[in-house]
Design a protein around this ligand. Structure first.
Ligand SMILES: C[S@@+](CC[C@H](N)C(=O)[O-])C[C@H]1O[C@@H](n2cnc3c(N)ncnc32)[C@H](O)[C@@H]1O
Length: 421
C-alpha cells in the first residue's frame, strides 16, 4: 500500500529537521527560536546543503498545512488584513520606539506613536499574535526577534514599510486597473496609479517625496539581504576580472551598493553609478572611503542617450522587470550611440523557470513578484524566450550570449554583446 502523502511529508520534515539539529549541535550553534536573542538573519547556516534542507522543510510544511486545512479552510485562511499590523508597526514607529531589552506598556506605546490606546491595543495584539512583539504579562510588551529586527535594521524596516505602504496598496487596486486599462503597457495605468490617484509613473511620482523615494530604494537594498538576493550572485557568477582596467556603468544603480561590492574585488575597474536625482543623494555618504576613487555617481535618465561612451559593460540590475517591453526596448536603444564593438550588456534579473523546475516556495515568490511588477509599472518578469526577443526587438546587432542561473538565486545573469560598429 502506498504511503499517504501527509505521512511522507511529515517523515521528510522530521528527518530534515533532525539533520539540521545535529549540524547545529555539533557546531555549537544556537537552534532557531522566536526569542530576542536568536540570530536575526536566521539560525540555519548559509551553506548550500543546510539551505536546501531548510527550503525543503519550508515547502513541505506549507504543503502539509494545506492538506490539513482542506480546500475550504485553505481558501478562507487568507485573511484580508494580514499586512495591517506590519504597516502600523512601521508607519507609527512602534518597534523603533521600544529600546531593545526594555519592556513597555500599551499606554506608553500609544503615547509615543500618537495612536489612540484602543488602536494601539488592536494593532499590537495582532502583531503579538503574529510573533512580532511579545506580551509577557497583560499589557506589558517586549521585543520578539522579529520586532527587534524592525527596530534595529533600517533596511528591513524600510522593506516592510515600503511593501505595506506602497506595494500592498498598489496590489489592492490592480484588478481595478486591469479592468480600466486592459492590456496596458503604460506605467501610468496601474494599481499604483489608482492607489495614489496619480497620472505619473511610480519613480516620477515618488521623486516628489524624497522620504518615500529613499525608503523605496532602501527596500531594494533590504531585498539584497535576503539569501536569494545575495550580492554574491552578481559578484561570483560572472568573470568581471576580464574587464580589468575598464569601465562598468551601473545603470539605475540606486545608491551604488552593487558597484561598491564589485569595486572592492576588482580594484582596477572603474564604476559609474547612474540614477535619477533624488535617489543619488550625496555620493560622499553613499561611497565608502576605500572605493571612493573607483565609484563615481552621475544623474542620468536611462530613456535618454547614454552619456558614458565606450564602456566595457553596461550593467542593469532589477531594471527591466520594472518596464513593459515597449519601454525596455527604449532603454536598450538609448545605449546604442554609446556602445563600442564588443561592449557587453549584462542584466541581473529573474528568468522565470517552468514551475516544476523550482522549489514551490521560490516559485511562489517569483509569481508574486511578476504581479508586483504589473501592479506598480505594468511590467513583468520574463521567461528566457522573452529576454531573447527583447534584445532582438531593440536591435539585431545585440547578440544574446546566454544566461547563468546561480543555484539559490532569485536573479539570473543575462549577457549580450554589441556586434555593431
Ligand atoms: C528596482 S530599482 C534597482 C536598483 C539597483 N539597480 C539594485 O540592484 O538594487 C530600479 C532603479 O531604477 C531607477 N530608475 C527608475 N527610472 C529611472 C530612469 N528613468 N533613469 C535612471 N534610473 C531610473 C530607480 O531610481 C531605482 O533606483
Amino acid at each position: 500500500m502506498s504511503v499517504p502523502r501527509i505521512a511522507e511529508l511529515s517523515k521528510r520534515i522530521a528527518a530534515n529537521t533532525a539533520t539540521i539539529c545535529e549540524y547545529l549541535s555539533s557546531n555549537d550553534l544556537p537552534y532557531p527560536s522566536l526569542s530576542i536573542d536568536t540570530p536575526l538573519y536566521g539560525a540555519v547556516p548559509d551553506q548550500p546543503e543546510m539551505q536546501a534542507l531548510r527550503q525543503s522543510i519550508l515547502d513541505d510544511t506549507a504543503e502539509l498545512r494545506q492538506l490539513m486545512l482542506g480546500p475550504r479552510d485553505y481558501l478562507t485562511s487568507f485573511v484580508p488584513n494580514a499586512l495591517l499590523p506590519l504597516q502600523a508597526v512601521t508607519r507609527f514607529g512602534l518597534a523603533r520606539s521600544l529600546p531593545v531589552g526594555d519592556e513597555t506598556t500599551l499606554s506608553n506605546m500609544a503615547k509615543l506613536s500618537g495612536l489612540t490606546e484602543s488602536d494601539t491595543r488592536k494593532v499590537v495584539r495582532y502583531a503579538v499574535a503574529l510573533k512580532i512583539f511579545e506580551e509577557t504579562r497583560p499589557g506589558i510588551i517586549t521585543h520578539s526577534a522579529a520586532s527587534r529586527l524592525l527596530a534595529q535594521d533600517p533596511g528591513v524596516h524600510d522593506y516592510v514599510a515600503a511593501c505595506t505602504d506602497e506595494l500592498w496598496q498598489a496590489s489592492a487596486q490592480t484588478c481595478n486597473a486591469m479592468e480600466k486599462y486592459p492590456g496596458s503597457e503604460e506605467p501610468t495605468e496601474t494599481g499604483f496609479s489608482l492607489a495614489n490617484n496619480t497620472d505619473k509613473p511610480l519613480y516620477d511620482f515618488l521623486s516628489a517625496f524624497p522620504e518615500r523615494s529613499t525608503r523605496f530604494a532602501n527596500m531594494m537594498e533590504g531585498f539584497t539581504k535576503g539569501k536569494a538576493f545575495d550580492l554574491k550572485y552578481v559578484t561570483d557568477y560572472y568573470p568581471w576580472e576580464q574587464h580589468g582596467g575598464g569601465t562598468i556603468v551601473d545603470v539605475g544603480g540606486s545608491q551604488g551598493f552593487v558597484s561598491v561590492a564589485l569595486a572592492r574585488r576588482h580594484p582596477s575597474i572603474s564604476f559609474v553609478v547612474q540614477d535619477l536625482e533624488p535617489v543619488i543623494i550625496d555620493p560622499k555618504e553613499n561611497v565608502p572611503s576605500d572605493v571612493a576613487s573607483q565609484v563615481k555617481f552621475m544623474v542620468h535618465d536611462f530613456f535618454t542617450p547614454q552619456p558614458v561612451v565606450g564602456a566595457d559593460v553596461y550593467f542593469f540590475r532589477w531594471i527591466f522587470h520594472n518596464w513593459s517591453d515597449k519601454y525596455s526596448v527604449k532603454i536598450l536603444q538609448s545605449l546604442i550611440p554609446a556602445l563600442k564593438p564588443g561592449s557587453k550588456v549584462i542584466i541581473s534579473d529573474a528568468v522565470m523557470p517552468p514551475a516544476d523546475r523550482v522549489p514551490s516556495g521560490m516559485n511562489l515568490r517569483l509569481r508574486g513578484f511578476d504581479l508586483v511588477m504589473t501592479s506598480i509599472q505594468n511590467a513583468k518578469e520574463r521567461e528566457l524566450e522573452d529576454w531573447v526577443n527583447l534584445f532582438r526587438l531593440a536591435d539585431e546587432r545585440f547578440e544574446f550570449e546566454g544566461v547563468t542561473q546561480p543555484p539559490g538565486s532569485f536573479n539570473a545573469l543575462l549577457v549580450a554583446t554589441w556586434r555593431g560598429s
